[in-house]
Design a protein around this ligand. Structure first.
Ligand code: CA
Length: 384
């Protein structure tokens, strides 16, 4: 089938009508050389796997949204549920979400952090982070000991099971970034400087605010940036130490952002989204509010984010990989000088919702697919 192209004059008119504000980009062209990728089904049968981490021995620690934490062996077999995991609010988008290892995690165990939607009083819920010591056993499992909640999003929200965020990543200074969401029905909280709804949070490993003074005079000291709708992907660019995030728009308007301390990323005042029931949300640009680096219309429903730094795919170095849920794809973004110069859509033929994206210690790209009965771990290597 021949590609459909707009006549140049029509394309210019479209750009003038719907084009991005200065700084934001969308709809980048495909790269000159398409990627050649082999996909291996490494493990399956998981229940809505959400986040994963590689243990020092090469096994994979994986969360399942209904509330289980398990270890997948090097042969791809999932072990028993790890004991001691906090109770989660396992409804809708809520449940056990991301997992992160302490940097000194060793061969026999160590501290881990989990993010989850926490049941609160009266049927309300909010995002929380707990830390515990994972003691590994010889039966392919382990136990979480000394579990303590180090972060509780405030306020808790009633009547919603959506938009809990939440990725966990280590900042280059040893602090912990936690991404959150607007809880779906609490949009009015996002621009409030003392609410922890719709924010990027930066904590010390014990949960105290990482900042000595607030990023803005009237902000809660735990807040790094504000104005976010629902961030489910975050990664640190190891070359620059910079945080990058991806967040869901409503209908259209998913965003790639480079959140800086003290900045406002605009939701719901500015957005490239439309309401699900029709009509624009706010305007697309306003002074004092940050533009996304890149955005998607229509939405691909952005989840995990990885910045590739391995040697297995030399042509992928520095590229960003974004999991698409509704878009059932892996988006590859090629950046130059901080701007997206190409976008490649990968794995659409699999028809799988991609939840998480990680670079493995082997340099392969590892993915989680979101399915209630057969959530999979996929391993991507260069095609022969
Ligand atoms: Ca935004």
């Amino acid at each position: 089938m021949r590609p459909v192209r707009f006549p140049p004059v029509f394309a210019v008119a479209l750009a003038a009508f719907a084009g991005p504000a200065a700084g934001a980009q969308t709809d980048a062209p495909p790269p000159d050389q398409p990627s050649r990728v082999s996909v291996e089904r490494f493990a399956g049968g998981l229940a809505n796997p959400w986040g994963m981490q590689f243990l020092p021995d090469g096994r994979i620690l994986v969360t399942e949204k209904p509330g289980r934490l398990r270890i997948v062996s090097k042969a791809g077999k999932a072990g028993p549920a790890i004991g001691g995991v906090p109770e989660v609010f396992a409804k809708g988008q809520g449940g056990l979400l991301d997992v992160l290892l302490a940097n000194d995690f060793g061969e026999t165990g160590g501290d881990i952090y989990v993010s989850y939607s926490e049941p609160r009083e009266g049927g309300a819920a909010a995002t929380a982070v707990a830390r515990g010591r994972l003691v590994l056993d010889t039966a392919g499992g382990g136990t979480l000991e000394g579990v303590a909640t180090i972060f509780q999003q405030q306020p808790a929200i009633e009547g919603s099971t959506s938009h809990f965020g939440s990725r966990l990543v280590w900042a280059s200074d040893g602090s912990l970034f936690v991404t959150t969401g607007d809880r779906g029905n609490a949009r009015e909280e996002v621009q409030k400087p003392n609410s922890l709804i719709g924010k990027v949070i930066k904590l010390k490993p014990d949960g105290a605010a990482a900042a000595v003074t607030p990023a803005q005079p009237d902000w809660d000291a735990k807040i790094w940036s504000i104005g976010h709708r629902n961030i489910q992907g975050a990664a640190i660019d190891r070359a620059t130490g910079q945080l990058w995030t991806v967040e869901h728009g409503a209908r259209g308007g998913d965003e790639l952002n480079r959140p800086l301390q003290g900045r406002n990323y605009g939701w719901p005042v500015i957005s490239y989204s439309n309401e699900y029931f029709g009509g624009a949300i706010g305007v697309t640009a306003k002074e004092g509010l940050e533009q996304p680096v890149y955005y998607w219309v229509p939405s691909i429903a952005t989840s995990g984010l990885a910045i590739y730094s391995g040697d297995l795919f030399p042509e992928w170095k520095g590229n960003m990989f974004v999991g698409g849920l509704r878009g059932a794809q892996l988006a590859r973004l090629v950046l130059k000088d901080g701007a997206v110069v190409a976008e490649e859509t990968l794995l659409q033929d699999l028809e799988q919702r991609i939840r998480d994206v990680r670079q493995g210690p082997d340099g392969a790209l590892w993915l989680l697919t979101d399915d209630a009965r057969d959530g999979q771990i996929l391993r991507l290597t260069p095609a022969p």
